[in-house]
Structure formats: C-alpha cells, structure tokens
Design a protein around this ligand. Structure first.
Ligand SMILES: [Zn+2]
Length: 184
C-alpha cells in the first residue's frame, strides 16, 4: 500500500486537475482528502476492534462497491444535489488503483476490488509504488511507521505525483496559451 501522504497527493492532484479554486472549494478539497484515504479506515477498525491494524486490512473497504457507495453518500452530504459525488468516487477508485500498483509482501496479494460479487484478490502486473513497513500491533503501530524504508516509499510517491503534477501543469499552460491565441 502507498502511504497516506501518497493518497493525499492523489486527492490534491485530482482537485487541481479540475482547475478548482482553493478558497471557494476548501470543503470539496477536504472531502477529497477524506475519500482518497477512506479505504484505509480498515486499519483503524483493526486497531480498535482487534488490537491489530492488519486484522481487516485490504478487505471490504478496498472494493469498488464500497468506494462507489461511500462516495455517493459523501456527495449527498456535501450538498448541491450530490454534484461532487463523481469526484469523491473517483478519489476512492484512485486509492484502489494506487494500492494495486504498490508492492505487497503478504498473501493474498492486492485487494478484493470486486467484492461482494467476487471475493478474489487482484494486483496489477506492474509495480510502481513501494510498501509501508509497520507493526500490526496496536501498541507499536504508530512508532513503527517512522523508518527509513517508509521514507523511501514516500520519496517514490513524491517523484511520481511530482511528475504527474508537472505534466498536468505543462498541459494546462499550453492549453491556456492556445485559447489566448484562438481568442485574439
Ligand atoms: Zn489502501
């Protein structure tokens, strides 16, 4: 799985790609962060209910069914007749895609993205992101996150999202230039 920082970066990129105003749509941005991270709420369930972060990780919350349902409900709660639901659903789907593109060292590999229709696990044939080394145990979970390996994982995420950000910026800059030319 990518780190929470990688998932938040994906939400930020999704927000920026819509040419949205930071000031006017701060609520949408916060909702995007929430839905970009939401599938990993299973770590919190594990810590709280079983004393082990891994107890329910990469199960139901890592399915298309869950992210579509949660994003749809989130869109209704955000108002404007659910106008932002597709955006929140996209944030959740990107979370699943990032997880499938990440290194997974313990079976079953990947996530049950087609649950509840099919319980099998799926992982991408190519690996882009690294994994997060952490202890499942509730007492040592937080301190175990701070290590050199996870810093490298964040570095890969920043490089990938920095590249995507750069490509998007270059594309939107050239598009604005083209529009200026067309209107003059
Ligand atoms: Zn995840």
């Amino acid at each position: 799985m990518p780190t929470p920082i990688g998932h938040i970066a994906s939400g930020l990129l999704l927000f920026a790609a819509g040419s949205r105003s930071w000031r006017k749509q701060a609520g949408v941005l916060l909702a995007l962060f929430f839905f970009a991270l939401l599938p990993d709420i299973d770590l919190a369930f594990g810590l709280l209910l079983a004393g082990n972060a891994n107890a329910f990780h990469h199960q139901a919350t890592h399915s298309i069914f869950f992210v579509v349902a949660a994003g749809w409900i989130g869109g209704q709660l955000l108002g404007q007749k659910g106008r932002h639901a597709p955006l929140l659903i996209t944030a959740g789907l990107i979370h699943l895609a990032l997880d499938l593109l990440a290194k997974d060292t313990s079976a079953p590999y990947g996530a049950p993205v087609l649950w509840p229709f099919w319980n099998g696990y799926i992982i991408a044939p190519v690996r882009v992101f690294s994994d997060v080394q952490r202890s499942g145990d509730a007492a040592s979970f937080l301190p175990s996150l701070f290590n050199r390996h996870n810093l490298q994982t964040i570095g890969i995420e920043m490089a990938v999202f920095g590249l995507l950000w750069g490509l998007w910026s270059a594309w939107s800059y050239s598009r604005r230039g083209y529009e200026r030319k067309a209107s003059s």
